[in-house]
Design a protein around this ligand. Structure first.
Ligand SMILES: Nc1ncnc2c1ncn2[C@@H]1O[C@H](COP(=O)(O)OP(=O)(O)O)[C@@H](O)[C@H]1O
Ligand SMILES: [Mg+2]
Length: 263
């Protein structure tokens, strides 16, 4: 790793070799209202880092800020030790960061194939066409429906297509916000297994997920936010086996969410 070779400004403390992403004292928000309050954390390369916390804690805001959709008002965000604060989403895509937002983000009136082609628009047609079959290897059900309208796919297939579209770029960092929403438990398991496989191949995954227990099972690290502040950073396996996990995330000690609401 040669992160030091390219850095013009001195950066202290020295970036940790294994941290693909680092938030360093980040403040960000909407208008005059700051949501992330001096947030610092690191996400390891080739690991799945799970972002937990009650509704409104700022989890999606972390992903949006990382993807350049919100301005960093204070602090730094580092990708492989280099500051990326201020970079546009387009520039970040080019640097290998892909974002799969919450909800449905396809062009419903276009075909599966056309949606994939659009995902590769920055790559050029030749490269895109070469990569589409590679990506579809992961999603046999979607591959069978290349010429269907995206809106005709099931919710699970649509989410898989969205992930496939992001993978066309061969991202080194994949940001994914609540992928399990609206999917059946079996499909959710497929999506999680795919994320695990990608991480094992070296992709850094930062995932927001309310499906806490299943997500912890495939994740390496878990961090939890409350009101835009870090309240916990632990190995996922350790947290999964913590007898207090229910209290932590299902409406207890740490939870600002009303009891019963899944954090
Ligand atoms: N576009 C927006 N404009 C203003 N406030 C927003 C916007 N999006 C989110 N917020 C506010 O930011 C806070 C954190 O939101 P968010 O990051 O979406 O939380 P989470 O993903 O943890 O549920 C909430 O109080 C929310 O109301
Ligand atoms: Mg959210």
């Amino acid at each position: 790793m040669d992160t030091s070779l390219h850095s013009s400004a001195p950066q202290s403390p020295a970036p940790q070799a294994s941290a693909a992403i680092e938030f360093d004292d980040v403040v960000a928000g909407y208008g005059d209202f700051m949501i992330l309050n001096n947030l610092s954390f690191k996400a390891r390369r080739g690991a799945i880092t799970l972002l937990l916390g009650p509704n409104g804690a700022g989890k999606s805001t972390v992903l949006k800020t990382l993807f350049g959709l919100l301005r960093v008002r204070q602090g730094r965000i580092l990708l492989d030790g280099q500051s990326i604060a201020g970079a546009s989403p387009k520039a970040l895509l080019a640097q290998g960061i892909a974002f799969v937002p919450q909800g449905r983000n396809l062009f419903g009136q276009l075909t599966v194939w056309q949606n994939l082609e659009l995902g590769g628009i920055t790559l050029g047609t030749a490269v895109t066409h070469e990569r589409i079959p590679e990506v579809l290897e992961f999603f046999p059900r979607v591959r069978e429906r290349l010429h269907s309208m995206a809106s005709a796919l099931s919710g699970g297939e649509q989410k898989q297509l969205e992930i496939g579209r992001a993978l066309l770029l061969r991202p080194k960092v994949l940001l994914i916000d609540e992928p399990s929403i609206g999917l059946s438990p079996l499909v959710v398991q497929d999506v999680f297994k795919l994320l695990r496989r990608l991480a094992d191949q070296g992709t850094t995954v930062l995932m927001v997920e309310q499906n806490v227990k299943s997500a912890l099972k495939v994740s390496d690290e878990a961090i939890a936010l409350e009101s835009g502040r870090l309240v916990l950073h632990r190995p996922a396996g350790e947290l999964l086996n913590d007898p207090h996990i229910e209290r932590l995330f299902l409406g207890g000690a740490h939870a600002a969410a009303p009891a019963g609401q899944v954090a």
